[in-house]
Design a protein around this ligand. Sequence first.
Ligand code: ADP
Ligand code: AMP
Length: 232
Amino acid sequence: MGMRLVFLGPPGAGKGTQAKMVAEKRRIPHISTGDMLREGKTEAARKVKAIMDRGELVPDEVVLALVESRLDSDWKDGFILDGYPRNVAQAKDLEGSLARRGATLDRVVAFELDEEAAVRRMGGRRSCPACGAVYHLESNPPRKKAGACDKCGGALVLRKDDEPETVRRRMQEYRKKTAALIDHYRERGLLTTVAAEGEVDEVARRVEAALSGTCPSGAIAPHTRGSGGGAR
Ligand code: ADP
Ligand code: AMP
């Protein structure tokens, strides 16, 4: 049975990048509410586009409906929730939703990155609207052709909510509403923090250490390499 995980952290911390890697490696579904909203497959998702473009959180019931639809098919295989929950009410919604299925979360991984670094990551992020692939102008540029997605050839864009004004708003939303979840999950014994600075592969090793149980309820520090030690 796959693990049931939540990836938490400020926008731009690298949650999606790491979630995709873990999902592939462990063969568990990656559920990103941001991606689902951007896909705009439901009427409700299309209606909240303006809210997203302003960098604000969309109403809890809209994201809950999206998450429920995925949990229906995915909860048994395990999952990585990326970008959900984003406030305490959503965390309670999720708890109820899992409880109704007789399930609980296995672990919450909180990515720690200072705001300046997260803002820099968002400024350089380029996304493929066609397939959802994510690049960075400096740390992870497309290899085949500048400005085009390596996977599907689609034209890469700067997400509207990655523009500087909106990034500031999203950081405020994170501080005001989402950061409280760190204590929420710590109190429940589910939290492991992972230092999100450094290169993608380095962070991936820390995430792996957090998930493999070598440091189940502590913190994975920057010097952690692979499976051994690193708790502080
Ligand atoms: P989040 O899902 O937390 O908003 P992303 O995974 O989309 O963050 O990462 C934000 C941006 O930073 C992307 O452009 C991504 O390519 C880049 N990125 C992710 N991890 C790292 C890293 N460890 N070092 C440098 N850039 C990174
Ligand atoms: P993300 O792709 O995770 O950075 O999310 C992009 C935007 O989608 C956010 O700024 C919100 O507007 C919206 N969003 C994604 N997930 C949630 C959520 N769990 N609750 C509320 N809004 C969300």
